[in-house]
Ligand binder design. Structure first.
Ligand code: NDP
Length: 338
């Protein structure tokens, strides 16, 4: 069966990564794109070889599509996902799933009731580096995990210095942009869930409108692991990394908080140092393959709707902590709607 995709949002991420990832799947086709502007829809369709350009959600959902990829600004995800689910379409939605965890819950519940697949596009779970770390930890290679550190402060490229740093109502800010990924990647790599977070945020010169462009978070996980994560838009030279330190060893990954299949993972134990080898498949291609399999009834998307609720609940708690100056509990069941 060919999966026909409709793109909701004439976005940068679709153009740079996801259109290619959809087209890399056998039996898949991108049949339509929707932008709120008819001119932008037409130009985007032409540039990306998509047959149908539309400027309303009804037109997109009324066309012959089986699945939609939502990559509009964050305040639009909820309404667009719910409409797509009502129309019987599978949904791959960008992170954060919505602006609040309660709304994300509503999306998950709607997809479940309709028997449709809902995935969250947390690409980092698909990185060979993070999967190698998860495997090494699950296999006991660092003994009992004790602490983790995530270095994910970058410089937001000029072409993306728009709504993310100026529009709170669109879900801007580094926490909804990057902390959601870090919370998800920590959960994935550690195979553990966070219980509470304490965060400081800052506006270091790029963000306006009360938005933050830097954050430092401290997380406590169910197993007792503590973790720290640093997210930022304004550091040009920081580099990225992910470390997990255990009773019998440490995993030290460099350049892995990225959209590309790059970086390295070092395992250091009493035996010495070993570079772990891992696959270098495109992260988004792997995500789309898992999503297609889920549509075919085989397994789940690499990050499910529930994973998207977890990451948003975590980010929401971080924002609340930064505001209140207190550590905040993370419980997707208590904090969500359903
Ligand atoms: P963009 O700013 O490129 O696109 C978002 C929306 O902005 C588009 O849907 C479009 O609206 C509008 N837009 C785009 N270009 C223009 C323009 N030139 N003039 C006016 N409006 C324009 O966003 P991103 O691609 O960076 O992010 C989109 C979503 O994807 C977000 O939810 C973000 O969090 C997520 N994301 C996820 C990543 C991942 O790796 N998982 C990486 C990057 C982003 P319209 O459709 O109406 O034309």
């Amino acid at each position: 069966m060919t999966v026909k995709w409709g793109l909701i949002g004439a976005s940068t991420i679709a153009r740079q990564f996801v259109i290619n990832a959809i087209r890399a799947q056998p039996n898949s086709e991108i049949t339509a794109v929707m932008s709120s502007s008819p001119e932008r829809a037409a130009a985007y369709a032409k540039e990306n070889g998509i047959a149908l350009a539309v400027s309303t959600l009804d037109a997109l959902l009324g066309s012959d599509v089986d699945a939609v990829y939502i990559s509009t600004t964050n305040e639009l995800h909820l309404e667009q996902a719910l409409a797509a689910i009502r129309a019987g379409k599978h949904v791959l939605c960008e992170k954060p799933l919505a602006l609040t965890s309660a709304d994300a819950h509503t999306m998950v519940a709607a997809a479940k009731a309709a028997g449709l697949v809902l995935g969250t596009n947390h690409h980092l779970r698909n990185a060979g580096s993070h999967r190698a770390m998860r495997e090494a930890i699950a296999g006991g290679r660092i003994g009992k995990p004790i602490a983790a550190r995530v270095f994910h402060s970058v410089y937001l490229p000029e072409n993306l210095q728009g709504w993310r740093i100026t529009r709170p109502e669109a879900g801007g800010g580094v926490v909804l942009d990057i902390t959601v990924h870090d919370a998800d990647t920590l959960r994935f790599v550690l195979g553990d869930d966070p219980l509470e977070v304490s965060a400081f945020t800052q506006a270091a010169g790029m963000a306006s409108g009360g938005l933050e462009d830097g954050a430092m978070c401290i997380w406590r996980f169910k197993s007792g692991v503590i973790a720290q994560s640093h997210e930022g838009f304004t550091t040009k030279f920081a580099g990225t990394g992910f470390e997990v330190h255990g009773s019998e060893g440490s995993l030290i990954a460099k350049d892995v908080m990225t959209q590309r299949p790059i970086g390295s993972v070092l395992l250091r134990t009493a035996k010495g140092e070993e570079e772990l080898s891992f696959d270098r498949e495109d992260l988004y291609v792997r995500a789309l393959r898992q999503f297609h399999a889920a549509i075919a009834g085989e397994g789940q998307p690499s990050a499910t709707g529930e994973d998207g609720v977890w990451s948003l609940t975590s980010a929401e708690a971080a924002l609340q902590s930064a505001k209140s100056g207190k550590s905040v509990a993370i419980d997707p069941k208590l904090r969500g709607a359903g």
